[in-house]
Design a protein around this ligand. Structure first.
Ligand SMILES: NC(=O)c1ccc[n+]([C@@H]2O[C@H](COP(=O)([O-])OP(=O)(O)OC[C@H]3O[C@@H](n4cnc5c(N)ncnc54)[C@H](OP(=O)(O)O)[C@@H]3O)[C@@H](O)[C@H]2O)c1
Length: 305
């Protein structure tokens, strides 16, 4: 009787041990950067992928290329970390040309939050994330690799996010920012450093193998309070205008035409009234996740350079 060959060589099981060789994908991003610093500090030898030339970073060997196409990825590492698009990572991981013993990958709470969105593009994103998570776990299980997925909520802290930093930039330009008065759905903004700490904390936590975790910020607060604290952190102190919802809705059309609300669709408007709150308890229990409350300063909301 013959047995079918395994899909890829089985790696020895991951055991918490001394740092070895790590490969970080999406390394130039707002989560990737602080993660690189922590890995180097902890003694890992780090390869990092970017499609753009990157300034040298002590302890980091930059590789240049796209996730799908790069041929220079090392054939074997101890640890594989993904801070870029999860679907592209899952597809690359499934190819099996980078052997590893441990994977920690960032996904998104959008996998839940956008599952029933009225916007078809948002539903498609949630479907892609779900398929990518399933593929990643299936590939990892087939190869005996310990995999963990971390799903952040709204990310901020490096002045590079598309929500709060964008709101801050617009508010500075206009000396104010308007919201519908019923923008009271709760949010849990999470700082990039807390996410980098979460990835590091997972490494030696066996309970995280084969599991996905929400990694929300340390405080759930109403959307309009989140924006109020954002504006209060800026030295210019732009004003927050809370408008009657009908008036806000009527002004949105002209604002879009002026380019002041591009990308802000009707689904996003409706979501401002909805709670998007995720339970940090499993992450607290399994790897001691302890994110900070939301207290931004101007540097966290200002693009670097
Ligand atoms: N931002 C949020 O609010 C948020 C919320 C929830 C979840 N997440 C998830 O958390 C992870 C990290 O987010 P982030 O905000 O740190 O992302 P980010 O700042 O946009 O960084 C992602 C990095 O991925 C790299 N990348 C993108 N496409 C690539 C490709 N095809 N091949 C190689 N590299 C590619 C880019 O690097 P180069 O341009 O240098 O190649 C980029 O720096 C992502 O999975 C994201 O979906 C983010």
């Amino acid at each position: 009787m013959t047995t079918p060959p395994p899909e890829a060589p089985q790696a020895p099981p991951w055991r918490p041990s001394r740092p070895g060789r790590a490969l970080v994908l999406g390394a130039s991003g707002q989560i990737g950067r602080p993660l690189l610093a922590r890995l180097v500090q902890a003694g890992w030898r780090v390869d990092a992928l970017s499609r753009q030339p990157q300034p040298p970073l002590p302890g980091v060997h930059w590789l240049r290329g796209d996730l799908a196409g790069c041929r220079e990825l090392p054939g074997e590492v101890d640890l594989l970390l993904s801070c870029g698009p999860l679907d592209a990572f899952a597809a690359r991981f499934a190819r099996g040309d980078v052997a590893c013993r441990r994977v920690v990958a960032f996904g998104s709470t959008s996998v839940e939050a956008k599952r029933t969105s009225p916007d078809p593009d948002e539903r498609a994103l949630a479907d892609r994330l779900r398929a990518a998570e399933a593929s990643l776990f299936a590939t990892a299980a087939g190869r005996g690799v310990a995999a963990t997925i971390l799903r952040p909520t709204l990310v901020y802290g490096a002045g590079r996010d598309a929500t709060l930093t964008r709101i801050a930039a617009l508010a500075r330009r206009l000396r104010g920012f308007a919201l519908p008065a019923d923008a009271t759905g709760r949010r849990q903004p999470v700082h990039v450093d807390d996410l980098a700490d979460a990835a590091m904390a997972c490494l030696d936590a066996p309970a995280t193998h084969g599991r996905a975790y929400a990694v929300p910020g340390g405080e759930a607060l109403p959307y309009r309070e989140m924006v109020a604290r954002t504006l209060a952190a800026l030295p210019e102190r732009p004003r927050l205008l809370l408008l009657p919802p009908a008036l806000f809705g009527a002004l949105l059309g002209p604002a879009r035409l002026l380019g002041l609300a591009s990308g802000f669709n009707d689904a996003a408007l409706a979501r401002m009234r909805q709670d998007l709150v995720f339970d940090p308890a499993p992450a607290q229990r399994d790897f001691g996740y302890a994110p900070r409350p939301f207290a931004p300063d101007a540097a966290m909301l200002t693009p670097p350079g």
